[in-house]
Design a protein. Structure first.
Length: 211
């Protein structure tokens, strides 16, 4: 005995004609297929972060080969100036969104020589700012200060800013951004592109405030 109802308020489908039963069956089949499609779409959306999490280690292992990032034309960086540049992390995972954007400070020392510093303070990782008037990088969190060459000037940091490995490709400036600039990375990736720069010789300072 069928318990399916055609419409609310009607007792049973037994009184329906063959055509009406066919229409009701088609409607149920259509709604069933729609529900399957919706459930499949929801499942796919929920699976995206899970798949990204599972494949994340693989992308990190392959970061060494494809982690060179183009920061733009060298003409955008005048000699003697330091400028902030944003780039997309080559090891970002699906769903990272805005957190995949990374900043760095680009200093053009000479026509063919660049220094690119991680934006993070070597103390606790706060983003440092460049002040051209004083020729210093200053950390707003705990008062850390760095000279224009990235070496430590004063404050809580015990070392200078981390520096990315750079190379020129025609008139484009590239950095190797496959590893985040952290102490753990530096300690465990000997020979990798992150460089701990040494303090500059005090005798080479050109102005009294730098001595």
């Amino acid at each position: 005995m069928s318990g399916l109802l055609k419409y609310p308020g009607e007792s049973r489908n037994d009184s329906l004609s063959a055509e009406e039963k066919a229409v009701a069956h088609s409607r149920r089949s259509f709604l069933f297929k729609i529900s399957l499609l919706l459930n499949g779409a929801i499942g796919a959306v929920l699976a995206v972060p899970v798949v990204g999490y599972l494949l994340g280690p693989t992308s990190k292992e392959n970061a060494e080969a494809g982690a060179w990032v183009n920061l733009g034309s060298t003409a955008a960086f005048p000699v003697g100036e330091t400028r902030l540049v944003n780039f997309h992390s080559p090891v970002a995972r699906l769903g990272d969104g805005e957190t995949a954007k990374v900043s760095c400070w680009v200093r053009r020392v000479a026509a063919q020589r660049f220094q690119v510093f991680a934006v993070n303070c070597a103390h606790l990782g706060c983003p440092v700012r460049w002040f051209s008037q004083s020729r210093l990088f200053l950390c707003p969190c705990h008062g850390g200060a760095y000279y224009e060459d990235g070496s430590r000037a004063s404050g809580p940091p015990e070392r200078g800013l981390f520096e990315y490995k750079t190379k020129l490709d025609g008139d484009s400036l590239l950095i190797h951004a496959g590893n985040m600039p952290t102490l753990a990375t530096e300690a465990s990736c000997k020979g990798k592109p992150l460089i701990q720069i040494e303090p500059a010789d005090a005798a080479a300072r050109s102005t009294p405030w730098q001595a």
